[in-house]
Write a protein that binds this ligand. Structure first.
Ligand SMILES: [Zn+2]
Ligand SMILES: [Zn+2]
Length: 95
């Protein structure tokens, strides 16, 4: 029997082990992967969001790192906070 995923999947905690090979093939996932990357469309792994957000999605190994470092830039509350801080700093500099 062929292994469905590399040992790295254990660390990744993706769905490779919990999804059957037939189901993954039905979804059009490449062999050894359990999802399609949401950012670039390459074969990836369905896993929990790499940030403090209760969300599960699919990303490739490269994009999951990018998402882990940039998730806050997509959060409107945090963006607003950064805008306010930047605005206050610019205002102080102006005076
Ligand atoms: Zn996987
Ligand atoms: Zn990707």
């Amino acid at each position: 029997m062929k292994p469905t995923c590399e040992p790295a999947a254990k660390k990744r905690q993706c769905y490779c082990d919990s999804l059957s090979a037939e189901w993954k093939a039905q979804q059009g996932y490449a062999e050894g992967f359990c999802g399609v990357c949401e950012r670039c469309g390459k074969p990836g792994h369905t896993q929990h969001f790499p940030g403090p957000v209760p969300y599960t999605g699919a990303w490739c190994d490269r994009c999951v790192t990018i998402v882990a470092y940039t998730w806050f830039l997509r959060n409107p509350v945090i963006l607003l906070f950064i805008a306010i801080v930047a605005g206050v700093l610019a205002f102080q500099w102006w005076i």
